[in-house]
Design a protein around this ligand. Structure first.
Ligand code: KG4
Ligand code: ZN
Length: 332
C-alpha cells in the first residue's frame, strides 16, 4: 500500500510516498528558510504564497517514476500550524483525493513527529515515552498505544527550539538559530556560565525556557563576540540538563523504559549523546528519527497515515485545518 504524505504546516513544502513493503520510495522537500531568514522568522503570508507556488513541483519530484494512480491513500497535515499554510496543503490533498477517488486522512503534525522513529526502527513498540522538542512544542508524551497520547508535561512558555532560535538571534546568528547555536557551542566552554535551569527540582514534568533566554540576554551586556561560543555552550548545557532531568522523572513515574526523542531539536548532537549515555547506564532504550526526519518533513506524515490505516484508528471527523490542535484532543 502506498501513502502519499503532504506537509505544509509552517515553512517546508514537503511530499513523500511511504510504501508499506519498502518504506519511503519518493520524497521531495522545499524549504522556505532563506526567504524567511531576511525577516528573522516565518512570515505567515509569505509562507502560504510560497507553498502555493511550489507544491505542484514538489509533488512531481516526489513522484518521480511512480504514477499518480499507484497511490492508495493521501495523508496530510491538518494542524497544528499556520492557518494559511495548512489550507494550501489541505486543498491540494482534497483535490488529489477527489480526482483519484482515494481516501484522505488528516494527520496531526505532532503525531507525525511522535511516530517518525518508526520509519527506521521496525521494532518500535508501544508503550513509549516521547520527548517532543521542536520550534513550537516541548512535551513529554506517553504513547500507550498507537493513536493514544497523553501529555505528561509541557513548556509553560517558550518551546525549546524557540529558545534556541531566540538565543541565536541574540548571538547574531541567522534564523533558525538552533543548528547554528549548537555548532557555535562546539568551540565553547559549557561550564563558564551557570544559566538557570527552571523548574528542574519540581517533580512535575513541565518546562520553562523564557527565563533562560532572558539570562542570556543580560549576560551578553558585559561580553564580546569572542565569548559567544561559551554562551552558546552554557545555554545548550542548561537546556539539555532540564530535558534529561524531566525525562528521568517521567521514566520513574510511568515505569516505561522505551524512549523516543523527536522534533527539530532531536537533531541536536549533544542531546542525542546525553540521552544515549543515560539509556546505556539505566538499561533504557531510545530511538530517534534519522536526522532529516527530525525537522519537518512529509515522510512522517505519510507514515502516520499508514499507521492510522493499519491499526484502523478512528478518523478525525471534520476535514478542516486546525491551527491549534492539542494532542489530547486528537480525534475527539
Ligand atoms: O520540528 P521542526 O522542524 O518544526 C516545528 O514543528 O517546530 O523544528 C524546528 C526547530 C527550530 O526551532 C530549530 O532551531 C530547531 O528545531 N533545531 C535545532 C537543531 N536543529 C533544528 N535546535 C537545536 N539543535 C539543532 N541541531
Ligand atoms: Zn514540526
Amino acid at each position: 500500500m502506498k501513502t502519499l504524505g503532504i506537509e505544509t504546516s509552517c515553512d517546508e513544502t514537503a511530499i513523500a510516498i511511504y510504501d508499506s513493503e519498502k518504506g519511503i520510495v519518493g520524497e521531495s522537500i522545499y524549504s522556505q528558510i532563506n526567504m524567511h531568514a531576511e525577516y528573522g522568522g516565518v512570515v505567515p503570508e509569505l509562507a502560504s504564497r510560497d507553498h502555493c507556488s511550489k507544491i505542484v513541483k514538489v509533488l512531481k519530484n516526489a513522484l518521480g517514476d511512480h504514477p499518480l494512480d499507484s497511490i492508495d491513500q493521501i495523508a496530510y497535515t491538518s494542524g497544528p500550524g499556520l492557518l494559511g499554510a495548512l489550507l494550501i496543503g489541505e486543498s491540494f490533498a482534497q483535490g488529489l483525493s477527489e480526482a483519484l477517488d482515494i481516501p484522505l486522512i488528516p494527520i496531526n503534525h505532532l503525531e507525525g513527529h511522535i511516530l517518525a522513529p518508526g520509519l527506521e526502527d521496525d521494532n518500535l513498540q508501544t508503550p513509549y515515552l516521547c520527548l517532543l522538542v521542536s520550534g513550537g512544542h516541548t512535551q513529554i508524551i506517553e504513547c500507550s498505544e498507537y493513536g493514544s497520547y497523553k501529555i505528561l508535561g509541557e513548556t509553560v512558555d517558550d518551546a525549546c527550539g524557540e529558545a534556541f532560535d531566540k538565543v541565536g538571534k541574540l548571538l547574531n546568528l541567522d534564523y533558525p538559530g538552533g543548528p547554528k547555536v549548537s555548532k557555535l557551542a562546539e568551540g565553547g566552554d559549557p561550564t563558564r556560565f551557570n544559566f538557570p535551569r527552571a523548574l528542574m527540582k519540581d517533580r512535575n514534568l513541565n518546562f520553562s525556557f523564557s527565563g533562560l533566554k532572558t539570562a542570556v540576554l543580560y549576560a551578553l551586556d558585559d561580553l564580546e563576540e569572542k565569548d559567544y561560543p561559551d554562551v552558546a555552550a552554557s545555554f545548550q548545557e542548561a537546556v539539555i540538563d532540564v530535558l534529561i532531568k524531566k525525562l528521568t522523572y517521567a521514566i520513574e513515574e510511568t515505569g516505561i523504559k522505551k524512549l523516543v526523542c523527536s522534533g527539530g531539536v532531536a537533531a541536536n548532537r549533544l542531546l542525542r549523546e546525553r540521552l544515549t549515555d543515560m539509556c546505556k547506564t539505566s538499561e533504557l532504550e531510545v530511538s530517534y528519527p534519522k536526522m532529516e526526519f527530525c525537522t519537518d518533513n512529509a515522510a512522517m506524515i505519510a507514515y502516520a497515515g499508514f499507521i492510522r490505516k493499519k491499526y484502523n484508528l478512528k478518523e478525525y471527523p471534520t476535514k478542516f485545518a486546525r491551527p491549534r490542535w492539542p494532542l489530547g484532543e486528537l480525534y475527539d
